[in-house]
Design a protein around this ligand. Structure first.
Ligand code: SF4
Ligand code: SF4
Length: 83
């Protein structure tokens, strides 16, 4: 779920989403490929404005295992990301 009134348009969600779900349009994030979302949670974790809420799902197995092993939150993309 995206809450546009909270979005600052920083573009972080565009950067971290491994499936190109977001675009910035008119200085706000917009979900343009919602069907491709795998519910990894990376966008929610990285949105400092609290504009994104991801309903928990299966998510990315690599990210889930990494989070379990390190005790950190599930996050995809960035250094060491696999997709
Ligand atoms: S990370 Fe959050 S505040 Fe930044 S563009 Fe995406 S939804 Fe908006
Ligand atoms: S939960 Fe993951 S796949 Fe879905 S929009 Fe956020 S970053 Fe992209």
């Amino acid at each position: 779920m995206l809450m546009p009134h909270r979005c600052s348009g920083c573009g972080r969600c565009v950067e971290v989403c491994p499936h190109g779900v977001f675009e910035i349009q008119s200085r706000k994030a917009k979900m343009v490929n919602a069907d491709d979302c795998m519910e990894c949670g990376a966008c929610q974790v990285n949105c400092v404005s609290g504009a994104i809420k991801v309903e928990s799902g299966v998510g990315c197995a690599h990210a889930m295992i990494h989070a379990a092993l390190t005790g950190k939150e599930v996050s995809c993309g960035g250094p060491g990301g696999c997709c």
